[in-house]
Design a protein around this ligand. Structure first.
Ligand code: NAD
Ligand code: TYD
Length: 353
């Protein structure tokens, strides 16, 4: 077993980062975890309530673009591994504010690489820098084909371009300085604690409140959906067993057009909420398409299955049902996120410091 026990997680208060943090902190009590998160609109410490008092977990509010802070943290904690989740992650926001994406996703990632390189120099053998990325770097597919690890990068949104750039820097640090990196590129995630501006939680929230369900264009765009716990299980497997310098695609083999997905969501929610069949579908509203809207994403995850034995554990209908149940059982979480009250949680827990 490698000496992996002082782990820096970045972005651990976000959707995937908090799932990963809860999972790793609980599964590996012998490792120490530091969660560094700037708590942007997407960072929510209420996602980490279950583990916030756990002995092997510590939260630090801070920004990955702050090189001085990163150097201090590497010196203080002598990290042996990094799980890098922090990012600006919403395509629509990247269209209105691309520079925020360059700042965090590109500059922040390079800062982190630089801090790891500096502190690990001459002793890189038992270290891991794991960069969590997206399938959107590969661009958009037509009706046929799948993204493999060797598909040429062709990012088409500012978000995808910033993630592609960060992937290139991670590989460049491996090739140039020998930094021990691993990468994974995953398809669209869904599940509990998902910020309700992304398609699935937005529609769940709006169905509960009988508000319109905005579908971009004709709803014919296709995404490959993976339950967030399955993503996190894949990260765990790659972190512990994946090869240094390698990239692994992670996906659900689960393609849905947006319109079919939203109709399935309406169907399940009508049953769960005791509404008439077809009632929620009437909320569907076609709106102006997203600029440069990628038509189709679909991942070939066979390398991960072949080499490391990972495959998704959940069928989509079941994962969606669990997700809806979680939102219906946690109205307070949803209310705090939509009202902005979750932003006060840091002060309540940690003071102004
Ligand atoms: P998210 O937006 O929910 O969370 C991002 C987290 O990063 C937040 O807690 C935020 O506060 C933090 N953060 C943002 N800027 C920061 C900065 N400058 N310094 C420190 N922390 C900062 O994102 P997510 O959906 O959890 O995605 C996590 C990672 O997984 C991202 O790298 C994303 O590109 C990737 N990814 C996401 C999906 C998906 O479907 N959500 C799919 C594949 C890959
Ligand atoms: P999103 O959840 O933003 O993820 P991504 O853009 O990273 O794939 O969007 C998923 C799909 O749903 C995408 O094709 C855009 C579409 N969409 C809508 O039709 N309406 C919406 O309100 C949102 C947020 C997304």
């Amino acid at each position: 077993m490698l000496n992996l026990h002082r782990i820096l997680i970045t972005g651990g208060a976000g959707f995937i980062g908090s799932q990963l943090t809860r999972f790793m902190v609980t599964k590996y009590p012998q490792y120490q975890f530091v969660n560094l998160d700037a708590l942007t609109y997407a960072g929510n410490l209420e996602n980490l309530r279950e583990i916030e008092k756990t002995a092997n977990y510590e939260f630090i509010k801070g920004d990955i673009t702050d090189a001085v802070l990163l150097n201090e943290l590497f010196s203080k904690y002598d990290f042996t591994a990094v799980l890098h989740c922090a990012a600006e992650s919403h395509v629509d926001r990247s269209i209105s504010d691309p520079l925020a994406f360059v700042r965090t996703n590109v500059l922040g990632t390079v800062n982190l690489l630089q801090a790891a390189k500096t502190h690990w120099w001459g002793k890189m053998d038992d270290k891991i820098f794991y960069h969590i990325s997206t399938d959107e770097v590969y661009g958009s597919l037509g009706a046929e084909g799948l993204f493999t690890e060797s598909t040429a990068y062709d990012p088409r949104s500012p978000y995808a371009a910033s993630k592609a750039s960060s992937d290139h820097f991670v590989r460049a640090y491996h090739h140039t300085y020998g930094l021990p990196v691993k990468l994974s590129n995953c398809s669209n995630n869904y599940g509990p604690y998902h910020f309700p501006e992304k398609l699935i939680p937005l529609c769940i929230h709006n169905i509960i409140n009988r508000k319109p369900l905005p579908i971009y264009g004709k709803g014919e765009n296709v995404r490959d959906w993976l339950y967030v716990e399955d993503h996190v299980r894949a990260i765990d497997v790659i972190f512990h067993q994946g090869k240094i310098g390698e990239t692994y695609n992670i996906g659900g083999h689960n393609e849905w057009t947006n319109i079919a997905l939203v109709k399935e969501l309406c169907r399940q929610m009508d049953t769960k909420l005791g509404r008439q069949p077809g009632e929620s579908e009437q909320l569907i509203t076609f709106v102006k398409d997203r600029a440069g809207h990628d038509l189709r994403y679909a991942i070939d995850a066979s390398k991960l299955y072949r080499e490391l034995g990972w495959k998704p554990s959940l069928q989509f209908e079941e994962g969606l049902s669990r997700t809806i149940d979680w939102y219906l059982s946690n109205p307070e979480w949803l209310e705090h996120v939509t009202s902005g009250a979750y932003k006060g949680y840091y002060d309540k827990m940690y003071g102004d410091g």
